[in-house]
Unconditional design. Structure first.
Length: 318
């Protein structure tokens, strides 16, 4: 089989070898691929691996040898799955690999935002502690998580892993889910409407997919329902948030902060209104990327391809 990787750099920037996939066929790896380069690079491919490079219906139609598309991620909105289905081309994803990593990231940024350890370190390096009359000082009011409310939009694997950590910290957990899933066995847990969740929660963490219905749903009207000291956390998809509305609310002091690992266009555009927004912490889509998670991702992609070869495809989304 001729296997082509269209954008392999983030999965393996040098520390996560392609060995599991190399054993499955003739492998060609491109670190990045521009849209205009896709057809030329993949014209002979029987299996394509893509993370963020789009495979539209028009592109798929121009690839006569294509037999399988393996998305090296959980989200597969970059592929026209219906166009692939009409050609009987299975599209696979990797549904479980970064659950713990993303949940861990949620609390790493939240605790950093609340306690500001690095900012305090820098203050000491400037001599601020040395000049104090008292043994302790802080740059801004600190807070405990215990007793506060975390609202989760989406209660799949990552949402539930986040809820487990939240409960361990003593947070009350509430949730909204478009899918019929089991409630959480924690004291005080409730299913809430989106409006109720945004109005009652101190911290809101997004864990839902981006669909036509959810694109831009965190908008001006919904943000107005948030408490003025509430914090929005997004490790899901940047397109869930109307970025101008969020930036306006932050700069206007209408909410406490936003901790965002994803934005609508990545890499972030210079024109993104969240750049420089007040109390907005941005990270470059790294929640998924600890080495352990990327190794699991690589192994599962290889398993998906092998299962297809064996005539028993797994993790098929179309």
């Amino acid at each position: 089989m001729n296997i082509v990787v269209l954008d392999g750099y983030t999965l393996n920037p040098g520390d996560n070898p392609w060995t599991p996939v190399e054993s499955l066929g003739d492998l060609t790896i491109y670190d990045q691929t521009e849209p205009a380069e896709v057809v030329q690079r993949a014209i002979d491919a029987e299996v394509i691996l893509t993370n963020k490079v789009e495979l539209s219906g028009d592109v798929i139609a121009k690839l006569p040898n294509l037999k399988m598309i393996a998305v090296t991620a959980t989200g597969y909105n970059v592929v026209d799955v219906e166009a692939a289905r009409r050609r009987e081309i299975p599209v696979t994803n990797v549904p479980v690999y970064s659950t713990d990593a993303v949940a861990q990231h949620v609390f790493s940024v939240l605790l950093s935002f609340i306690h500001k350890p690095y900012e305090h370190h820098l203050a000491i390096q400037r001599g601020d502690w040395q000049s104090q009359e008292n043994f302790s000082f802080w740059l801004s009011p600190l807070a405990e998580l215990s007793g506060k409310t975390m609202g989760l939009v989406g209660l799949g694997r990552i949402g539930r892993a986040t809820a487990k950590i939240a409960n361990a910290f003593g947070l009350r957990v509430v949730a909204n889910s478009r899918r019929n899933v089991d409630p959480l066995p924690y004291d005080g847990f409730e299913w809430l409407s989106i409006e109720e969740l945004f109005s009652q929660s101190d911290y809101i963490s997004l864990h839902c997919p981006q669909t036509q219905e959810t694109t831009g749903f965190v908008n001006r009207e919904l943000i107005k329902k948030m408490r003025p000291d509430a914090v929005l956390i997004n490790t899901a998809r940047g397109g869930l948030v109307n970025e101008q509305d969020l930036a306006d609310a932050l700069n206007g002091g209408q909410l406490g902060g936003a901790l965002l690992d994803v934005v609508s266009q990545e890499p972030i555009a210079e024109s993104n209104p969240l750049l420089g927004a007040r109390n907005c912490i941005l990270t470059p889509h790294i929640a998924w990327s600890p080495i352990e998670a990327r190794r699991r991702l690589m192994q599962t992609v290889a398993l998906n391809i092998q299962a297809f070869y064996d005539g028993k495809p797994i993790h098929v989304v179309n």
